[in-house]
Design a protein around this ligand. Structure first.
Ligand code: ADP
Ligand code: MG
Length: 447
């Protein structure tokens, strides 16, 4: 069979598969494949690397075989070869009418946006769910819900990602939306340049006509008096027109040195949300998502092990993951825990589940209370939250059953424990204080 025919039939096969697997799975496992040969009861397909081959030969074997037999009317033996050049190829190049499931490519009046940052590929967890929810609000009601939205937090935690995701989501809703994304330094340089070249009008037209202005790392505006003045007016004008402003910073407005008080107060006038370092579960989820994006597959125990040993931000996690995968491929190493340990450079003997005594002790220390207060019968108000947090962590982290937790906590009924666990579970999604406490305790317990 000639190449063209192969290609057409392979596309038909992929069309069937596409309806059977999730878009993410399709993109990861099938998008960069090709058909090399069909004949003699056999089909030879090419995939970009060994991970894909393994996946197609195991978990996706039946899906693949079914689709092939539907198209060819018979079962074919499947041979899978690896062709690294496929890494750079997309099936749509073959000219067939094939819609890729990837992010939309924007052609719009937006400036500076990078379409790789989306809401869909932003992993949500305890450390960033409020910021994520706020971003969603802004996308639903730009200019009306929170203006400005002020996102702050340490380096590498996803501020730029989330901010750009807002921009990309709004472009997606309406291609005509005028969006500007830039760092505060770019804003400043543009401004200074406009003064020098006597084009301040142009500068103003550009920034003040935006429907959405995203200024990244606003803290660098510190001490720049004329830029602050200009930004103040830009901001006011945008706000009057209900144009949305989103700002990020490495710290809250009040902690930015040499920031004009009137700007600080503007920044606080909308919604301020912080993003913290990802907790363990979020780290695992981020690693998993990044693997998927890259088309690599790592078993859960490997992801867990990396996450356990890297109590750090998303950027470093991703960096380490890339290094790890490169090293594995370059040296053809087995993908097992041993390889991870030697890569991370320290043996990890951390038990996966926390020891319950350690948890109780950690909470006592955190709240500066005594064991007897936790287990005792007293119904003092200030003991309610610590007790419920103990219940929650013993349940979630130590995986103890309700009844056992009841015993440990001075013979409480299992329904009481259940109630406590639920209470904290609910509070997590809306109570900033509870979130912070949990994160801090978890972090203390990991050390
Ligand atoms: P910041 O602006 O806070 O310094 P970035 O937004 O640049 O951090 O994030 C650093 C890297 O980590 C980026 O590649 C980003 O896509 C990734 N990242 C951060 N947070 C998340 C998240 N929650 N989900 C997926 N990727 C994330
Ligand atoms: Mg950033």
């Amino acid at each position: 069979m000639d190449k063209n025919q192969c290609s057409v039939l392979w596309h038909k096969t992929l069309e069937i598969i596409k309806n059977q697997v999730s878009p993410a799975n399709f993109r990861t496992w099938f998008a960069n494949t090709a058909c090399l040969e069909i004949g003699e009861g056999k089909i030879i397909i090419a995939v970009p690397h060994a991970y894909v081959k393994n996946q197609l030969a195991t978990k996706l074997k039946d899906t693949l075989a079914d689709a092939i037999s539907q198209i060819f009317g018979q079962t074919l033996e499947v041979e899978i070869r690896i062709d690294q050049s496929l890494n750079y190829k997309r099936v749509e190049e073959d000219g067939a009418n094939f819609e890729m499931v990837s992010q939309p490519i924007f052609k719009s009046p937006s400036l500076g946006l990078n379409s790789k940052y989306t809401m869909e590929n932003f992993v949500v967890g305890l450390s960033n769910n409020l910021a994520y929810a706020a971003a969603q609000q802004v996308i639903q009601n730009p200019g009306l819900s929170y203006n400005p939205l002020f996102i702050y937090g340490g380096t590498g935690v996803g501020k730029t990602h989330l901010m750009q995701a807002i921009g990309n989501a709004l472009v997606f809703k309406n291609k005509q939306t005028k969006i500007i994304y830039c760092s505060s330094e770019k804003f400043m340089n543009d401004f200074i340049e406009s003064i020098q070249s006597k084009k301040t009008n142009e500068f103003r037209n550009k920034y003040r006509l935006a429907d959405l202005l995203l200024i990244d790392d606003i803290q660098f505006i510190s001490g720049r008096d004329s830029t602050q003045e200009e930004f103040f007016h830009t901001f006011n004008e945008l706000q009057t027109k209900n144009s949305q402003v989103v700002l990020t910073s490495d710290r809250p407005p009040n902690d930015i040195q040499k920031l004009e008080p009137r700007l600080a107060s503007r920044f606080q006038g909308g919604l301020m949300v912080d993003i913290q370092l990802p907790d363990f579960d979020t780290r695992v989820a981020i690693l998993r998502a990044k693997c998927q994006e890259k088309g690599d597959i790592l078993e859960e125990n490997i992801l867990t092990l990396i996450a356990e040993n890297m109590n750090t931000n998303a950027r470093e996690l991703e960096g380490k993951l890339v290094q790890f995968l490169q090293m594995v491929k370059l040296n053809n190493l087995p993908l097992n825990e041993e390889t991870v340990r030697s890569f991370l450079g320290k043996p990890s003997l951390l038990p996966k589940q926390l020891d319950y005594k350690k948890v109780i002790l950690g909470i006592n220390q955190y709240f500066s209370i005594k064991m007897a207060d936790i287990t005792g019968p007293r119904r003092k108000k200030e003991l309610v939250l610590p007790r419920q947090i103990v219940m929650y962590l013993l349940y979630q982290e130590c995986k103890l059953p309700y009844a056992r937790i009841g015993e440990l906590l001075g013979g409480r009924d299992h329904t009481t424990i259940m109630h406590g666990v639920e209470k904290v579970g609910e509070a997590i999604s809306r109570d900033r204080e509870v979130q912070r406490i949990l994160l801090e305790i978890k972090q203390a317990l990991q050390n």
